[in-house]
Design a protein around this ligand. Sequence first.
Ligand SMILES: Nc1ncnc2c1ncn2[C@@H]1O[C@H](COP(=O)(O)OP(=O)(O)OP(=O)(O)O)[C@@H](O)[C@H]1O
Length: 249
Amino acid sequence: MTPSIPGRKDPALETVDLVKRFGAGETAVTAVAGVTLGFRRGEFVAVMGPSGSGKSTLMNLLAGLDTPTSGRVVIEGVDLTELDDRQLTRLRRRRIGFIFQAFNLLPALNAEQNILLPLTLAGRRPDREFFDEIVHSLRIQDRLRHRPAELSGGQQQRVAIARALLTRPAVVFADEPTGALDVSASREVLDRLRQASTRLEQTVVMVTHDPVAAAHADRVLLLSDGAVRGTVEQPTAPAVLDAMARMEG
Ligand SMILES: Nc1ncnc2c1ncn2[C@@H]1O[C@H](COP(=O)(O)OP(=O)(O)OP(=O)(O)O)[C@@H](O)[C@H]1O
């Protein structure tokens, strides 16, 4: 049965009473403490919260990189907890894109090879037209033969974004994607994530510590002690700061 979250139409991603505990006995830590959420297709959601509040753990569970202690993660109607490792890897390659703060590009491959890698691994042929559209919109068409070490931080991040978008994933997870970038490179990355959600109807889930970055999202979730303690709809940076201050106070 596919669970359905009231008030959320056409969910790309849902969680039902998601719990993740690490360790046992006295040293046990509940990193995610019963989270039920729905993410619409094409929605751009920022996840914020103090250090240790469970943001990375939640992302890892949503992306099928870690298994929950209990509860469910459902992507496009498929319950990840019911898949075996092979099915999960296949779903991750086909339906999920990842963008990390540290870019995670392979140093021996050039930009184009890095971008194509997930498709190559999945044994799929790239759609050259879509490839051209993405690299042009990210303005890296002149950098495709360069290796990561020959690119600026902003260019490397744009290569990582192209790689994440080329498989046309249903959901893109971005973990502090602007953490290592200056203001103008950050802006470009955030604009591109916004386009992915608006134009390509991809759901974007972004962890960030930056209220300005979070203000690019449709919705901000505020996490504390592994639970969602607040939500800011149509956020502005001051509204996010205010909500964070209220949560901490
Ligand atoms: N593999 C693990 N084993 C044991 N405890 C863990 C593990 N991973 C995370 N934790 C604990 O779970 C809690 C949530 O950690 P998590 O990394 O999800 O927080 P976070 O909000 O992403 O923090 P930060 O902003 O510092 O990256 C913390 O108390 C952390 O110590």
